[in-house]
Design a protein around this ligand. Sequence first.
Ligand code: IVH
Length: 708
Amino acid sequence: MYNTDTQRQLFDLSKQLLKATEQPSATEAKAESEQLHAVLIYHEWRYSIKNDPVISDFEYDSLYKRLEALEQWYPDLIGPESPTQRVSNDLTEDFPSVEHLVPMLSLANSYNEEDLVDFDTQIKKLCSLDADAKIEYTVEPKYDGGSIALVYEKDLLARAATRGNGALGEEMTNNARTMKSVPLKADFSKKNIAKVELRGEVVIRKDHFVKMNKEREKEGLSLFANPRNTATGGLRMKDPKELANRGLEAFVYQLGYAVDQNGIDQLSSFDTHFEGIEMLGQLGFKIPDKGMKLCKNINEVVAFCREWEGKRDNYQYEIDGMVVKVNSLALQDKCGYTSHHPRWAIAYKFKAKQGTSKLLSVEYQVGKIGSVTPVAKLEPVTVAGVSISSVSLHNADFIQGKDIRLGDTVLVERAGDVIPYIVKPLDELRNGSEQVIEFPKNCPVCETPLIREEGEAAWRCPNHNCSAQVIQRMIHHVSKDAMDIDGFGKSYVERFHEEGWLNTLADLYRLKYDYIAGLEGFGDKSAANLMEAIKTAKANPISRLLFSLSIHHLGKKVSKLLAAEVKHVLDLQKWEVEDFTNIKDVGPKVAENVMAFFQNPENISLLEELEALGVNLQQTEEDQPRQISADAPLAGKTILFTGSLQKMGRKEAQEKAERAGARNISAISSKLNILVVGEKAGSKLRKAEALGTVEIITEDEFIRIIEN
Ligand code: IVH
């Protein structure tokens, strides 16, 4: 889509455009807005199609805001292809039915390798070819999302619709426009195509799905069942503005219809399916690239399908199989269609990710803020290779909504690396002995009556001193995202609590070397390491300390925002609602909870105790807000450190890199720009060398760059 020179030019142009602040004349604004279109479309492509952005979100937003400003000054500049026009302000009233240009058919299914070989034999018969002829196939992932049809007319996105019943779909153009992987304008006219219909699948990344559900759980909202429902549900949302936050992406995998300005078919101008898809990639669409392979014969198809079945869990998107398509369009024509599916394609379905099992009992776990989570204990069942015996039931509404009963046979699903969940009870298998699940009225640990606050899904134990909560808060306090006490985890907290050494957070900093070294299974070395890790953690930035306190609704991000605003943690005692809500991204709910925490004298003494024990409560340099300018030496780059560094610690290096504008990432992939190698670098270095796209530098070179 973009060659290296063009990319460099667009990158340089972006940096230049970032400097603009003044209101230009109308003529200048027109030229500038055209440049902004070009760079924004380029960065959207790097981000949504390549998954490899070259500028920071902040820079992208600044460019976007500049375009918005120009369009506000000169409304004539607003056109349907402008990147600002992705999200419309109109609520989608309903979804009118529209007729697809060609019916959206389904696919025939196959479940094993023999089926694929039979398919190949069948194709040869249909094409009157010899049994030993070799047929070329394209194989692509079978995305598990919602299918859509996109119509482009005169290069502009004219219409988007769901599959519907195959003949009629529901129009949802406004919603499709919010997806940055759907170009608003694509140069089909250069290929002599005036009108085209594309088929594709709307999906959501698995990691994004998990993150959204975590946030929803925190906010007490109902959880999405799986990435597929989140995507299909998203497509039907009434408010495109809300939809824009769902992170939907669209892959295109099929050209359904294409004509020139005289209505003459242009599909026949391609020889193969692969060529058509490559052209779509060239035009800026998200195509199955890495997952797509041109196979010379059915044996290669079988091997590729098998390879993908093995690595499906590592793929960023949920897929339920592979789609095998005859590559030659001439041969496709010979094969033709049934009323249900094309005869030239077949889906190879992976093994089911669902299983059934009996619900034996329900246990109730108490979390760090007292939320009581019901957990289903199942007869162990193997689903897609993993044994499952324990599945969260989330909250009382989940149980009631699905009418799950003790003794029920339940359908369990495991989708990729997504945590297993109960889809539904199979009520047709009930024999009358099943029992309704009674959610406890009292805390299962300290027996205090449970409460449920308005708008929240969880029942909570209000006893702050409930031993289950105390332990969970300590586990959270020492965890990686909070105080990051190296080597300290759940099992140590539980063990030391049993020994009677840990009753409050402050006790963590009163632990004595002698206690630990004397415990069975511990030695001098592990005790010394642990003491050292505790000492190191005392100097943490206050953003970590704030997050470690388990204040309801106070997450990592807001902890950082608050830490940037106070010189000392206890300054928060004087804060009022407006002090919180004046900060962008801090809402009244967090404000209320943080205020309640700091109004409780017990918490204040705890913090004072921590300070007396040497825990840092003063704002550190790391807590202070950072302004990263566009010309910072590592602006927009991703970086990774490997091997042992000689002149600074790993954390320090990462911080320096961040301050120089880089983003730290944790694995070698095509997304990585720079690898800094210390001594004894191992597999990461080899991997980066093999990739060939990563800039590999030494620690000294890194220092030279950041000091520049
Ligand atoms: S081709 C005429 N390719 O699977 C050819 N379909 O079970 C029709 N799907 O309705 C489809 N990934 O929503 C094709 N790479 C892919 C696909 C794919 C997912 C979906 C599509 C279709 C369903 C059939």
